[in-house]
Design a protein around this ligand. Sequence first.
Ligand SMILES: NC(=O)c1ccc[n+]([C@@H]2O[C@H](COP(=O)([O-])OP(=O)(O)OC[C@H]3O[C@@H](n4cnc5c(N)ncnc54)[C@H](O)[C@@H]3O)[C@@H](O)[C@H]2O)c1
Length: 370
Amino acid sequence: MAKIKVDLKERSYEVIVGAEILADIGKIIESEKWGRDVFIITDPLVNDLYGDNLRKGLKSFKHHTIEIPRGEKNKDLKIASRVYDELVRYSAHRDSLIIAFGGGVVGDLAGFVAATYMRGINYLQVPTTLLAQVDAAIGGKTGVNHPKCKNLIGSFYQPKLVCADVETLTSLPARELRTGLAEVVKYGVIEDADFFKFLEANSHHLNTKAFESPDTLRASLKVWQIIVTESAKIKASVVAKDEKEAGLRMILNYGHTIGHAIETLTRYRAYNHGEAVAIGMVAAAEIASRQKMIGTDSVLRIVDLLEKLGLPTEIEGLPANKVVQALGIDKKVMAGKIQFVLPERIGKAVVADNVPIKVIKSVIEELGCR
Ligand SMILES: NC(=O)c1ccc[n+]([C@@H]2O[C@H](COP(=O)([O-])OP(=O)(O)OC[C@H]3O[C@@H](n4cnc5c(N)ncnc54)[C@H](O)[C@@H]3O)[C@@H](O)[C@H]2O)c1
Protein backbone atom coordinates (compact mmCIF):
# COMPACT_ATOMS: atom_id res chain seq x y z
CA MET A 1 0.00 0.00 0.00
CA ALA A 2 1.28 3.49 -0.85
CA LYS A 3 0.41 6.81 0.80
CA ILE A 4 0.88 10.11 -0.97
CA LYS A 5 0.35 13.46 0.69
CA VAL A 6 -1.47 16.26 -1.11
CA ASP A 7 0.16 19.14 0.72
CA LEU A 8 -2.33 21.99 1.02
CA LYS A 9 -1.71 23.27 4.56
CA GLU A 10 -4.91 22.92 6.61
CA ARG A 11 -6.63 21.26 3.62
CA SER A 12 -3.91 18.57 3.24
CA TYR A 13 -4.95 14.95 2.78
CA GLU A 14 -3.62 11.56 1.73
CA VAL A 15 -4.09 9.46 -1.36
CA ILE A 16 -3.95 5.78 -0.43
CA VAL A 17 -3.29 3.30 -3.24
CA GLY A 18 -3.62 -0.44 -2.60
CA ALA A 19 -5.41 -3.66 -3.53
CA GLU A 20 -8.54 -4.95 -1.76
CA ILE A 21 -8.67 -2.05 0.68
CA LEU A 22 -12.33 -1.01 0.40
CA ALA A 23 -13.33 -2.74 3.62
CA ASP A 24 -10.60 -0.86 5.54
CA ILE A 25 -12.04 2.58 4.82
CA GLY A 26 -14.52 2.34 7.73
CA LYS A 27 -11.67 1.94 10.26
CA ILE A 28 -9.96 5.07 8.95
CA ILE A 29 -13.20 7.10 9.18
CA GLU A 30 -13.67 5.87 12.73
CA SER A 31 -10.17 6.77 13.90
CA GLU A 32 -10.18 10.15 12.16
CA LYS A 33 -13.73 10.96 13.35
CA TRP A 34 -14.69 12.40 9.97
CA GLY A 35 -18.41 11.79 10.38
CA ARG A 36 -21.03 10.12 12.52
CA ASP A 37 -23.11 8.76 9.68
CA VAL A 38 -22.12 7.98 6.14
CA PHE A 39 -23.77 8.59 2.77
CA ILE A 40 -22.31 6.60 -0.12
CA ILE A 41 -23.02 8.23 -3.49
CA THR A 42 -22.43 5.80 -6.32
CA ASP A 43 -23.90 4.38 -9.53
CA PRO A 44 -25.82 1.09 -9.90
CA LEU A 45 -22.97 -0.80 -11.60
CA VAL A 46 -20.28 0.16 -9.09
CA ASN A 47 -22.73 -0.49 -6.25
CA ASP A 48 -23.45 -4.00 -7.59
CA LEU A 49 -19.79 -4.81 -8.12
CA TYR A 50 -18.18 -3.35 -5.00
CA GLY A 51 -20.80 -1.76 -2.74
CA ASP A 52 -20.88 -4.68 -0.30
CA ASN A 53 -17.08 -4.66 0.07
CA LEU A 54 -17.17 -1.00 1.07
CA ARG A 55 -20.19 -1.40 3.38
CA LYS A 56 -18.52 -4.39 5.14
CA GLY A 57 -16.23 -1.88 6.86
CA LEU A 58 -19.03 0.52 7.81
CA LYS A 59 -20.89 -1.73 10.26
CA SER A 60 -20.33 0.61 13.19
CA PHE A 61 -21.88 3.55 11.30
CA LYS A 62 -25.38 4.42 10.29
CA HIS A 63 -25.02 4.42 6.50
CA HIS A 64 -27.20 4.94 3.48
CA THR A 65 -26.41 4.43 -0.22
CA ILE A 66 -27.66 6.88 -2.88
CA GLU A 67 -27.46 5.74 -6.50
CA ILE A 68 -27.27 8.17 -9.40
CA PRO A 69 -27.72 7.02 -13.02
CA ARG A 70 -24.57 6.25 -15.01
CA GLY A 71 -23.12 8.49 -17.70
CA GLU A 72 -21.85 12.00 -18.33
CA LYS A 73 -25.31 13.30 -19.28
CA ASN A 74 -26.41 12.74 -15.68
CA LYS A 75 -23.69 14.96 -14.21
CA ASP A 76 -26.09 17.88 -13.89
CA LEU A 77 -27.97 20.03 -11.40
CA LYS A 78 -31.16 17.95 -11.72
CA ILE A 79 -29.44 14.82 -10.44
CA ALA A 80 -27.53 16.83 -7.82
CA SER A 81 -30.86 18.17 -6.63
CA ARG A 82 -32.23 14.63 -6.30
CA VAL A 83 -29.23 13.77 -4.14
CA TYR A 84 -29.89 16.83 -1.90
CA ASP A 85 -33.51 15.63 -1.54
CA GLU A 86 -32.34 12.22 -0.40
CA LEU A 87 -29.83 13.73 2.04
CA VAL A 88 -32.64 15.81 3.54
CA ARG A 89 -35.00 12.81 3.66
CA TYR A 90 -32.38 10.82 5.60
CA SER A 91 -31.55 13.79 7.87
CA ALA A 92 -27.95 14.31 6.77
CA HIS A 93 -26.38 17.01 8.94
CA ARG A 94 -23.08 18.83 9.34
CA ASP A 95 -21.50 15.75 10.96
CA SER A 96 -22.43 13.48 8.07
CA LEU A 97 -19.77 12.19 5.68
CA ILE A 98 -20.18 11.61 1.96
CA ILE A 99 -18.25 8.89 0.15
CA ALA A 100 -17.98 9.52 -3.61
CA PHE A 101 -17.72 5.95 -4.89
CA GLY A 102 -17.29 5.46 -8.63
CA GLY A 103 -15.78 7.03 -11.75
CA GLY A 104 -15.18 10.71 -12.44
CA VAL A 105 -18.86 11.44 -13.02
CA VAL A 106 -19.82 10.23 -9.54
CA GLY A 107 -16.71 11.87 -8.04
CA ASP A 108 -17.37 15.30 -9.55
CA LEU A 109 -21.09 15.30 -8.69
CA ALA A 110 -20.78 13.85 -5.19
CA GLY A 111 -17.89 16.24 -4.45
CA PHE A 112 -20.06 19.14 -5.60
CA VAL A 113 -22.93 18.01 -3.39
CA ALA A 114 -20.50 17.72 -0.44
CA ALA A 115 -19.15 21.22 -1.18
CA THR A 116 -22.61 22.78 -1.16
CA TYR A 117 -24.81 20.77 1.23
CA MET A 118 -25.07 22.80 4.45
CA ARG A 119 -22.23 24.99 3.08
CA GLY A 120 -19.87 22.04 2.90
CA ILE A 121 -19.58 18.70 4.69
CA ASN A 122 -16.70 16.21 4.79
CA TYR A 123 -16.28 13.79 1.92
CA LEU A 124 -13.94 11.05 0.69
CA GLN A 125 -13.12 10.12 -2.88
CA VAL A 126 -13.10 6.37 -3.54
CA PRO A 127 -12.43 6.26 -7.29
CA THR A 128 -13.08 3.05 -9.25
CA THR A 129 -12.00 3.94 -12.81
CA LEU A 130 -8.39 4.42 -13.89
CA LEU A 131 -9.14 7.98 -14.99
CA ALA A 132 -10.63 8.83 -11.62
CA GLN A 133 -7.79 7.13 -9.67
CA VAL A 134 -4.99 8.91 -11.52
CA ASP A 135 -6.70 12.23 -12.11
CA ALA A 136 -10.30 13.21 -11.31
CA ALA A 137 -10.37 12.18 -7.63
CA ILE A 138 -7.25 14.18 -6.72
CA GLY A 139 -7.18 17.96 -6.51
CA GLY A 140 -10.64 18.94 -5.31
CA LYS A 141 -12.20 20.07 -8.60
CA THR A 142 -15.88 19.32 -8.16
CA GLY A 143 -18.80 20.22 -10.37
CA VAL A 144 -21.61 19.47 -12.77
CA ASN A 145 -22.31 20.30 -16.42
CA HIS A 146 -24.54 23.08 -17.74
CA PRO A 147 -26.51 22.23 -20.92
CA LYS A 148 -24.31 24.75 -22.79
CA CYS A 149 -20.95 23.90 -21.26
CA LYS A 150 -19.14 20.99 -19.58
CA ASN A 151 -18.09 21.45 -15.93
CA LEU A 152 -19.43 25.04 -15.86
CA ILE A 153 -20.87 24.90 -12.35
CA GLY A 154 -18.60 23.85 -9.53
CA SER A 155 -16.05 24.68 -6.90
CA PHE A 156 -12.67 23.68 -5.55
CA TYR A 157 -13.40 21.58 -2.48
CA GLN A 158 -10.81 19.12 -1.19
CA PRO A 159 -11.74 15.67 0.14
CA LYS A 160 -10.49 14.35 3.49
CA LEU A 161 -8.98 11.28 1.80
CA VAL A 162 -8.66 9.62 -1.60
CA CYS A 163 -8.62 5.84 -1.46
CA ALA A 164 -7.84 4.07 -4.75
CA ASP A 165 -8.31 0.30 -4.78
CA VAL A 166 -6.62 -1.03 -7.94
CA GLU A 167 -8.54 -4.31 -7.63
CA THR A 168 -11.59 -2.41 -8.94
CA LEU A 169 -9.77 -1.82 -12.23
CA THR A 170 -10.09 -5.51 -13.12
CA SER A 171 -13.76 -5.09 -14.07
CA LEU A 172 -13.22 -2.04 -16.29
CA PRO A 173 -13.81 -2.40 -20.04
CA ALA A 174 -10.64 -2.03 -22.19
CA ARG A 175 -11.75 1.32 -23.59
CA GLU A 176 -12.16 2.80 -20.09
CA LEU A 177 -8.67 1.58 -19.17
CA ARG A 178 -7.23 3.13 -22.32
CA THR A 179 -8.87 6.50 -21.64
CA GLY A 180 -7.15 6.56 -18.23
CA LEU A 181 -3.85 5.46 -19.76
CA ALA A 182 -3.79 8.55 -21.99
CA GLU A 183 -3.65 10.70 -18.83
CA VAL A 184 -0.97 8.40 -17.41
CA VAL A 185 1.24 8.88 -20.50
CA LYS A 186 0.60 12.62 -20.15
CA TYR A 187 2.18 12.61 -16.66
CA GLY A 188 5.30 10.89 -18.00
CA VAL A 189 5.70 13.42 -20.80
CA ILE A 190 5.13 16.56 -18.72
CA GLU A 191 6.88 15.63 -15.48
CA ASP A 192 8.75 12.35 -15.22
CA ALA A 193 11.07 10.78 -17.80
CA ASP A 194 11.71 7.70 -15.62
CA PHE A 195 8.00 7.03 -15.31
CA PHE A 196 7.70 7.33 -19.10
CA LYS A 197 10.50 4.72 -19.43
CA PHE A 198 8.64 2.47 -16.99
CA LEU A 199 5.53 2.68 -19.17
CA GLU A 200 7.58 1.83 -22.28
CA ALA A 201 9.13 -1.17 -20.53
CA ASN A 202 5.74 -2.43 -19.29
CA SER A 203 3.58 -1.66 -22.31
CA HIS A 204 2.94 -5.40 -22.78
CA HIS A 205 0.95 -5.32 -19.50
CA LEU A 206 -1.05 -2.34 -20.73
CA ASN A 207 -2.30 -3.35 -24.17
CA THR A 208 -5.50 -4.91 -25.46
CA LYS A 209 -4.22 -8.45 -24.94
CA ALA A 210 -3.56 -7.77 -21.26
CA PHE A 211 -7.11 -6.38 -20.93
CA GLU A 212 -8.72 -9.59 -22.20
CA SER A 213 -10.16 -10.66 -18.86
CA PRO A 214 -10.17 -9.78 -15.16
CA ASP A 215 -7.64 -12.61 -14.66
CA THR A 216 -5.10 -11.26 -17.15
CA LEU A 217 -5.50 -7.86 -15.53
CA ARG A 218 -5.16 -9.28 -12.05
CA ALA A 219 -1.85 -10.87 -13.09
CA SER A 220 -0.39 -7.42 -13.64
CA LEU A 221 -1.97 -5.69 -10.65
CA LYS A 222 1.48 -4.77 -9.25
CA VAL A 223 2.22 -2.79 -12.41
CA TRP A 224 -1.18 -1.05 -12.15
CA GLN A 225 -0.46 -0.20 -8.54
CA ILE A 226 2.82 1.47 -9.54
CA ILE A 227 1.06 3.33 -12.36
CA VAL A 228 -1.68 4.69 -10.10
CA THR A 229 0.83 5.56 -7.34
CA GLU A 230 3.28 7.40 -9.60
CA SER A 231 0.48 9.25 -11.40
CA ALA A 232 -1.09 10.26 -8.09
CA LYS A 233 2.33 11.56 -6.90
CA ILE A 234 2.64 13.79 -9.96
CA LYS A 235 -0.95 15.06 -9.78
CA ALA A 236 -0.58 15.68 -6.02
CA SER A 237 2.64 17.66 -6.44
CA VAL A 238 1.20 19.85 -9.21
CA VAL A 239 -1.99 20.49 -7.19
CA ALA A 240 0.06 21.32 -4.07
CA LYS A 241 1.95 24.00 -6.01
CA ASP A 242 -1.12 25.47 -7.73
CA GLU A 243 -4.39 24.44 -6.07
CA LYS A 244 -6.69 26.67 -8.13
CA GLU A 245 -5.06 26.43 -11.55
CA ALA A 246 -3.57 29.91 -11.57
CA GLY A 247 -0.49 28.77 -13.49
CA LEU A 248 1.49 25.53 -13.15
CA ARG A 249 -1.62 23.29 -12.97
CA MET A 250 -2.23 24.27 -16.60
CA ILE A 251 0.52 21.89 -17.73
CA LEU A 252 -1.93 19.10 -16.85
CA ASN A 253 -3.76 20.25 -19.99
CA TYR A 254 -1.08 18.72 -22.25
CA GLY A 255 -2.96 17.20 -25.21
CA HIS A 256 -6.22 18.84 -24.17
CA THR A 257 -6.24 21.89 -26.51
CA ILE A 258 -6.64 19.92 -29.74
CA GLY A 259 -8.18 17.02 -27.80
CA HIS A 260 -11.12 19.21 -26.69
CA ALA A 261 -11.60 20.49 -30.25
CA ILE A 262 -11.81 16.90 -31.51
CA GLU A 263 -14.26 15.91 -28.76
CA THR A 264 -16.49 18.90 -29.49
CA LEU A 265 -16.43 18.36 -33.25
CA THR A 266 -17.27 14.67 -32.99
CA ARG A 267 -19.93 15.46 -30.36
CA TYR A 268 -18.25 13.25 -27.76
CA ARG A 269 -19.14 10.17 -29.82
CA ALA A 270 -16.36 9.13 -32.23
CA TYR A 271 -13.59 9.53 -29.66
CA ASN A 272 -13.77 9.33 -25.89
CA HIS A 273 -11.81 11.81 -23.74
CA GLY A 274 -8.58 9.80 -23.50
CA GLU A 275 -8.57 8.98 -27.21
CA ALA A 276 -8.98 12.65 -28.11
CA VAL A 277 -6.25 13.62 -25.61
CA ALA A 278 -3.89 11.01 -27.13
CA ILE A 279 -4.26 12.63 -30.56
CA GLY A 280 -3.89 16.06 -28.95
CA MET A 281 -0.63 14.95 -27.25
CA VAL A 282 0.81 13.84 -30.59
CA ALA A 283 -0.29 17.13 -32.19
CA ALA A 284 1.30 19.21 -29.39
CA ALA A 285 4.54 17.18 -29.60
CA GLU A 286 4.63 17.74 -33.39
CA ILE A 287 4.04 21.46 -32.88
CA ALA A 288 6.91 21.53 -30.36
CA SER A 289 9.11 19.72 -32.86
CA ARG A 290 8.30 22.25 -35.63
CA GLN A 291 9.16 25.02 -33.17
CA LYS A 292 12.54 23.29 -32.59
CA MET A 293 11.69 22.77 -28.92
CA ILE A 294 11.90 18.96 -28.87
CA GLY A 295 13.78 16.36 -30.93
CA THR A 296 11.95 14.11 -33.42
CA ASP A 297 13.23 11.03 -31.57
CA SER A 298 11.21 12.07 -28.48
CA VAL A 299 8.10 12.70 -30.60
CA LEU A 300 8.47 9.20 -32.08
CA ARG A 301 8.73 7.69 -28.60
CA ILE A 302 5.46 9.40 -27.58
CA VAL A 303 3.67 8.18 -30.72
CA ASP A 304 5.11 4.68 -30.35
CA LEU A 305 4.02 4.32 -26.70
CA LEU A 306 0.48 5.57 -27.41
CA GLU A 307 0.18 3.12 -30.31
CA LYS A 308 1.40 0.22 -28.16
CA LEU A 309 -1.33 1.07 -25.65
CA GLY A 310 -3.94 0.97 -28.42
CA LEU A 311 -4.61 4.72 -28.40
CA PRO A 312 -5.21 6.67 -31.63
CA THR A 313 -2.47 8.96 -32.91
CA GLU A 314 -4.17 10.28 -36.04
CA ILE A 315 -7.38 12.21 -36.68
CA GLU A 316 -9.66 10.47 -39.11
CA GLY A 317 -12.25 12.14 -41.31
CA LEU A 318 -12.26 15.68 -39.94
CA PRO A 319 -11.58 18.72 -42.14
CA ALA A 320 -8.50 20.64 -40.90
CA ASN A 321 -10.24 24.02 -41.08
CA LYS A 322 -13.07 22.75 -38.85
CA VAL A 323 -10.55 21.66 -36.22
CA VAL A 324 -8.85 25.05 -36.45
CA GLN A 325 -12.24 26.75 -36.07
CA ALA A 326 -13.10 24.57 -33.09
CA LEU A 327 -9.92 25.78 -31.42
CA GLY A 328 -11.47 29.25 -31.58
CA ILE A 329 -8.13 30.25 -32.95
CA ASP A 330 -8.90 33.55 -34.68
CA LYS A 331 -10.28 35.24 -31.61
CA LYS A 332 -7.85 33.69 -29.19
CA VAL A 333 -4.77 34.39 -31.26
CA MET A 334 -5.75 38.02 -31.57
CA ALA A 335 -6.14 38.20 -27.83
CA GLY A 336 -2.76 36.39 -27.61
CA LYS A 337 -4.33 33.69 -25.52
CA ILE A 338 -4.50 30.36 -27.33
CA GLN A 339 -2.56 28.12 -25.05
CA PHE A 340 -0.71 24.94 -25.86
CA VAL A 341 1.23 22.81 -23.45
CA LEU A 342 4.35 21.86 -25.40
CA PRO A 343 6.93 19.26 -24.33
CA GLU A 344 10.55 20.45 -24.36
CA ARG A 345 11.73 16.90 -23.77
CA ILE A 346 10.20 13.80 -22.24
CA GLY A 347 9.71 14.80 -18.61
CA LYS A 348 9.33 18.56 -19.08
CA ALA A 349 6.65 20.74 -20.65
CA VAL A 350 5.91 24.46 -20.86
CA VAL A 351 2.82 26.56 -21.62
CA ALA A 352 3.12 28.52 -24.88
CA ASP A 353 0.70 31.05 -26.36
CA ASN A 354 2.66 32.06 -29.45
CA VAL A 355 2.24 29.12 -31.84
CA PRO A 356 1.59 30.41 -35.40
CA ILE A 357 -1.75 29.27 -36.89
CA LYS A 358 -0.02 27.96 -40.00
CA VAL A 359 2.06 25.57 -37.88
CA ILE A 360 -1.06 24.33 -36.07
CA LYS A 361 -2.91 23.84 -39.36
CA SER A 362 -0.05 22.04 -41.04
CA VAL A 363 0.35 19.66 -38.06
CA ILE A 364 -3.39 18.95 -38.03
CA GLU A 365 -3.24 18.16 -41.76
CA GLU A 366 -0.25 15.90 -41.26
CA LEU A 367 -2.21 13.97 -38.63
CA GLY A 368 -4.79 12.96 -41.22
CA CYS A 369 -7.23 15.86 -41.55
CA ARG A 370 -8.26 16.67 -45.08
N1 LIG B 1 -12.38 16.70 -11.19
C1 LIG B 1 -11.36 16.56 -12.02
O1 LIG B 1 -10.25 17.06 -11.77
C2 LIG B 1 -11.56 15.75 -13.26
C3 LIG B 1 -10.45 15.38 -14.04
C4 LIG B 1 -10.67 14.59 -15.16
C5 LIG B 1 -11.96 14.19 -15.50
N2 LIG B 1 -13.01 14.58 -14.73
C6 LIG B 1 -14.38 14.16 -15.05
O2 LIG B 1 -14.44 12.75 -14.95
C7 LIG B 1 -15.52 12.27 -15.77
C8 LIG B 1 -15.07 11.04 -16.51
O3 LIG B 1 -14.74 10.05 -15.56
P1 LIG B 1 -14.60 8.50 -15.95
O4 LIG B 1 -13.74 8.38 -17.14
O5 LIG B 1 -14.24 7.80 -14.71
O6 LIG B 1 -16.07 8.13 -16.46
P2 LIG B 1 -17.39 7.66 -15.68
O7 LIG B 1 -17.42 8.19 -14.33
O8 LIG B 1 -18.51 7.95 -16.59
O9 LIG B 1 -17.18 6.07 -15.60
C9 LIG B 1 -17.18 5.32 -16.79
C10 LIG B 1 -18.06 4.10 -16.66
O10 LIG B 1 -17.38 3.10 -15.92
C11 LIG B 1 -18.27 2.49 -14.99
N3 LIG B 1 -17.43 2.02 -13.90
C12 LIG B 1 -16.92 2.73 -12.88
N4 LIG B 1 -16.10 1.96 -12.14
C13 LIG B 1 -16.10 0.73 -12.70
C14 LIG B 1 -15.46 -0.48 -12.40
N5 LIG B 1 -14.57 -0.57 -11.41
N6 LIG B 1 -15.70 -1.57 -13.19
C15 LIG B 1 -16.55 -1.46 -14.25
N7 LIG B 1 -17.20 -0.33 -14.59
C16 LIG B 1 -16.96 0.76 -13.82
C17 LIG B 1 -19.25 3.57 -14.63
O11 LIG B 1 -20.48 3.01 -14.24
C18 LIG B 1 -19.39 4.34 -15.95
O12 LIG B 1 -20.41 3.83 -16.74
C19 LIG B 1 -15.92 13.45 -16.66
O13 LIG B 1 -17.13 13.97 -16.21
C20 LIG B 1 -14.81 14.46 -16.46
O14 LIG B 1 -15.27 15.79 -16.61
C21 LIG B 1 -12.83 15.34 -13.62
